[in-house]
Design a protein around this ligand. Sequence first.
Ligand code: HEC
Length: 152
Amino acid sequence: MSPTGCYIISQMEGFRNQRRSDPTGFEYMWGLSRHLSDDQIKGLADYFSKQVARPNAPVDTKLMAAGKEIYEKGLPAKEAPPCIACHGAKAEGLAAFPRLAYQHQDYMVKQLQVFKRTDERPNTPMTQISHLMSLEEMEAVSGYLQTFPSDK
Ligand code: HEC
């Protein structure tokens, strides 16, 4: 199993057990995952974690700079920890920590808001962190991550 497979398995199980109840997760993923066996979930995780992620269209440079700052240093004034501490130097993810590099900005902003609604993706470190973030901060860090510079 590659390093991010573990996260994919936990999310697929979360949909199958109806633990992950964000509206689009509920609408699209509950039915789809309901009849998957453990082995099928493992196979899917193995397949998806071996795909090569590619950068998306860059966002404007000011937003990139603001996002990089948040990713590497967190939001010290609000005591939000640096994202890099858990998601990795290249935002590549590891085990229970998802890869963030090259995910779509819109998706990440949406998920950060889902974490803020506490009961939809409950009991993760992101519950507290998302509560410390404004929408602008979410957009900046997610914009940075969707084109994460390849030299880093
Ligand atoms: C203490 C560790 C930790 C820190 C620090 C952290 N995260 Fe996370 N993050 C996690 C974990 C664990 C998950 C997976 C949660 C789950 O299982 O649903 C996650 C999930 C996410 C997701 C959802 C990804 C997806 O594929 O749905 C986003 C987006 C995210 N984090 C962004 C951030 C940002 C931005 C920061 C910095 C402001 C940050 N994280 C800091 C641990 C952390």
